[in-house]
Design a protein around this ligand. Structure first.
Ligand SMILES: N[C@@H](CCC(=O)N[C@@H](CS)C(=O)NCC(=O)O)C(=O)O
Length: 320
């Protein structure tokens, strides 16, 4: 009897202390929090909101974020909003869990803070507008404004020129290891790397290398989440190993053909897929899959993973 009481007290405490994230899995600000929690390997409860029905703009949600925006976050008694403040809290409150995303050294941390500010003030404004135009609007069945895309792509390019110079000297934005400064870019990156403005990243080799490394980290996070064993085979990005035949042949199928005519045809069909098929498919995907999935924990941890990486991880899991 005594033992049972103790058990239920432990259960009550753990239920009471559970981390909760209120939001939606396709909105970028909550994704920032999910990616941080996943990086730290923390368990959490996702509380989905029907944003299309305006649940985020009325009570009880307004008591969690008076600005009526997602995410809102709870860790026991503590209630927070503002995704970047939430990730800082998580990194500070759980220093020994998962990846350390901050530094204990004040000077190192000051550099991380600089690049966190750069993300917020410089990178995010054009990146978020592009994500809206190229990522979210097609999901909602609305048409992209090409003039906005052109203007914002030019703005983003200027910011990425500065990133290119920084990443030519430093492995990650905040220093030698991955930090919140890199992680805060993931939500918009996960949309933009699957869009036509991907070239603005690809054309800057150090930026691309860094995105590649960061994306690989997310695959590790997913493998860890699935508790799968794996071996890391290092690839020299700065020496261009990831562009060599050997690596390309490992990357599923040979996706690039060196015959220019053949590549022209491939490129034409890639565009047809992006512009004709994807817009229709997205609309069809919304009702039967995305809408019911809004409450699904299953997709959450991986919402920032590229679809191809996801498919591989899932295939790996199914093979066992
Ligand atoms: N600075 C806030 C921005 C939050 C934000 O813009 N959330 C968007 C989704 S990504 C939202 O709730 N939009 C709905 C609205 O503004 O009505 C944060 O980082 O948490």
């Amino acid at each position: 009897m005594q033992a049972r009481k103790k058990e239920s007290t432990i259960l009550e405490i753990s239920v009471k202390m559970a981390i909760k994230v209120h939001g939606s899995w396709f909105a970028t600000a909550p994704m920032r929090v999910f990616s941080c929690l996943n990086e730290k390997g923390l368990d959490y409860e996702f509380v989905p909101l029907d944003m299309r029905a305006g649940e985020h703009q009325r009570d009880p949600f307004l008591s969690l974020n008076p600005f009526g925006q997602v995410p809102a976050f709870e860790d026991g008694e503590l209630k927070l909003f503002e995704s970047r403040a939430i990730t800082q809290y998580i990194a500070q409150a759980y220093p020994d869990k998962g990846t350390p995303l901050i530094s204990k050294d004040p000077k190192e941390m000051a550099i991380v803070f600089v690049w966190m500010e750069v993300e917020t003030q410089r990178y995010d404004p054009p990146a978020s507008k592009l994500t809206w135009e190229l990522g979210i609007k097609p999901i909602l069945g609305r048409s992209t404004d090409d003039v906005v895309v052109e203007e914002q792509e030019a703005e983003l390019a200027k910011v990425l020129d500065v990133y290119e110079a920084r990443l030519a000297q430093s492995k990650y934005l905040g220093g030698d290891s991955i930090s919140l400064a890199d992680l805060h870019h993931l939500p918009t990156l996960s949309y933009l790397m699957g869009s036509r403005v991907k070239t603005v990243f690809d054309s800057r080799p150090h930026v691309y290398g860094s995105v590649f490394t960061t994306a690989t980290m997310r695959v590790f996070a997913c493998l860890d989440e699935e508790e799968l064993d794996y071996e890391i085979v290092p690839v020299g990005i700065t020496s261009g190993e990831h562009k060599m035949e050997y690596f390309l042949s490992l990357n599923g199928k040979q996706l690039i053909n060196h015959d220019a005519n053949m590549m022209g045809v491939v490129s034409m069909w890639t565009k047809v897929k992006a512009q004709k098929f994807d817009t229709l498919a997205m609309k069809l995907t919304w009702e039967p899959i995305i809408n019911p999935g809004l409450g699904s924990r299953e997709c959450l941890g991986r919402s920032y993973l590229g679809k191809a990486s996801m498919a591989k991880v899932v295939a790996l899991k199914n093979d066992r």
